[in-house]
Design a binder for this molecule. Sequence first.
Ligand code: SAH
Length: 203
Amino acid sequence: MRLRTLEIALEGLEGFGRPDPGTEQYCTPAFLAARLLHHASLLGDIGERAVCDLGCGTGILACGAALLGARRVVGVELDPAALAVARRNAAHLGAEMDLVLGDVRDRVLIDHLGRFDTVVMNPPFGAQDPHADRPFVDAALALAPVTYGIFNTGSVPFFESYLAGRAGIEFAIGGLFPLKRTFPFHRHDMVEIEVEILRMRRR
Ligand code: SAH
């Protein structure tokens, strides 16, 4: 599937009904989700693979993985309302997936999900809780040898020290994450956050 075709399919998906600022519910823009997945697909990490989307929210990454031919797709999300949106989005696309209500910090849950080839995720950027992305990285490393994530630009040195040899960062693609005014404390109609898509490989 071409990048643009994937992007168009993902653009049609439903967003968060009532986004929660505390858990940083920002819908991953379709073009960034498509870019991450298309790249992962070219590297052989999506088609015929078992893929887990951590903090799947509206399910955009999980849906895209299913469209690109993943063998098994699982999405994990803390918020039942977001999971209901993900369920509708999956149904809309006819995408097969398991959607699990749970917390990525719950080690028992993570151990029970089984093994995956690839994790995809757009974790909280840490604007509310500066360390919110750490449990996502830990869960990802427990689940799969390869992880793709969207992070704030400039996170690589932090992750290199946080990973402490557990995984290597193999590449980064830069991008801009347009954030529309979502919460009352937002002062601008739109800001663009510089982000990077990282691929991490477990050692
Ligand atoms: N890629 C998704 C979600 C991005 S926002 C989309 O585009 O819709 C990050 C998501 O992580 C939110 O849906 C939030 O509810 C979820 N989340 C935050 N902390 C979590 C945790 N500890 N466990 C599971 N999900 C979590």
